[in-house]
Design a protein around this ligand. Structure first.
Ligand code: NAD
Ligand code: WQD
Length: 355
């Protein structure tokens, strides 16, 4: 019988791609999402891409902190595991509105864990982040590297990791996998689903994409005086489909009786600079990305990339896609959906040319 997975935040960027890979892998998925940072169109597109498997997807628009609604979903389903993506993720916003971040990310997670415990579902995969490595003194970052956080968003990830370790210590029936994602980019190769940030993007690839489609004038490069190959920051970019597949691998690992509360990096193990990423995107899209060289962004690390051996060995998972493929798929999504999921509505309401 198909395994039934509750996916919180499943309408978002990583969630939507993971739900599709789950459906195609023969799983059933129940998505709960309040759509605060996503669109119902993403769910519709996932269903279209899933074809005959679309019947295995159920969507509930609700806030994770709505305990009675969550209990009702657990009462009418038997879940084999939960993948918990739901959370707010903008670093700068978390500095401005720390209580909003602590409320949403911590209360959401605690409510989820309490309802799971009460209903006897104790298998969890949680979205942690490479942000917990801060500015690493040594790269690649291994799962044993020291962790710390430079902002409230990062602290919510650190706190939730600790909460999960405590919950497992208190009750060994829990099986928990904490996945530390590096920098997810790209889109499903069909170009039908992808990342659709609200407002001005904070992250590199969505910003480059918006320059390419004419929504922004130029990319500001934050820092060109780092001790890196070309002076710009280096990160471990991972294709969203590789990342989604990492979740399917983690779900399979939960069946291993030896698993307790375990951390895995999901990255490629390769570092790419901002300028290398721009060059790869220009090649994939045929568009020139004008640059404005600027000072360092506060809180940014110089070089961050993953040690991938643990995930390769224990999850039997390895990232496959190249930087060229990440840029190709990012551009395919961007050129088909220059204004994201709500593009048509936006363009109809806005007759001025993008600038
Ligand atoms: P996203 O914003 O696209 O998706 C998160 C989803 O959760 C959204 O659809 C949002 O509407 C929903 N949500 C938020 N709070 C909710 C609540 N209280 N109740 C119900 N739904 C809620 O972000 P993403 O990039 O897909 O990230 C998914 C997870 O992965 C997040 O926890 C994020 O912190 C983590 N993560 C993301 C990155 C990244 O670079 N994208 C890197 C590391 C970790
Ligand atoms: C990548 C590189 C920037 C934008 C952030 C979060 C982290 C995680 C992933 C969730 C850096 C440079 C960027 C721009 C630029 N999210 N850059 N101009 O900083 O590695 O991580 O997203 O967990 O928590 O902090 O990713 O894409 O913002 O930046 O030059 O307009 O691109 O300085 O070197 P980052 P990013």
């Amino acid at each position: 019988m198909s395994k039934n997975i509750l996916v919180t935040g499943g309408a978002g960027y990583i969630g939507s791609h993971t739900v599709l890979q789950l459906l195609l892998g023969g799983y059933k998925a129940v998505v709960v999402d309040n759509l605060d940072n996503s669109s119902a169109v993403a769910i519709k597109r996932v269903k279209e891409l899933a074809g005959e498997y679309a019947r295995n997807l159920v969507f509930h628009r609700m806030d994770l902190r709505d305990r009675p609604a969550l209990e009702e979903i657990f009462d009418s389903n038997k879940f084999d595991a939960v993948i918990h993506f739901a959370g707010l993720k903008a670093v700068g916003e978390s500095v401005q509105k720390p209580l909003m971040y602590y409320n949403n990310n911590l209360i959401g997670t605690i409510t989820l864990l309490e309802v799971m415990a009460a209903r006897g579902c104790k298998n969890l995969v949680f979205s942690s982040s490479a942000t917990v490595y801060g500015w690493p003194k040594v790269v690649p970052c291994t799962e044993e590297s020291p962790i710390n956080a430079a902002n409230p968003y990062g602290r919510t990830k650190l706190f939730i990791e600790e909460i999960c370790r405590d919950v497992h210590r208190s009750d060994s029936e829990w099986k928990i996998i904490l996945l530390r994602y590096f920098n997810p980019v790209g889109a499903h190769p069909s170009g039908h689903i992808g990342e659709d940030p609200r407002g001005i993007p904070n992250n590199l690839m969505p910003f480059i994409q918006q320059v390419a489609v004419g929504r922004q004038h130029a990319l500001t490069v934050y820092g060109s005086d780092y001790s890196t190959k070309d002076g710009t920051g280096v990160r471990d970019y991972i294709h969203i489909i590789d990342l989604a597949d990492g979740h399917v691998a983690a779900l399979k690992k939960l069946a291993d009786p030896s698993i307790g509360c375990e951390v895995y990096n999901l990255g490629t193990g390769r570092g790419t600079s901002v300028l290398e990423m721009v060059a790869a995107f220009e090649k994939a899209s045929g568009k020139k990305i004008p640059l404005v060289m600027a000072g360092r962004r506060p809180g940014d690390a110089e070089v961050v990339y993953a040690a991938t051996e643990k995930a390769e060995r224990e999850l039997n998972w390895k990232a496959k896609y190249t930087i060229e493929e990440m840029c190709r798929d990012q551009w395919n999504w961007a050129s088909k959906n220059p204004y994201g999921y709500e593009g048509c509505a936006h363009q109809n309401n806005n007759n001025s040319a993008p600038h």
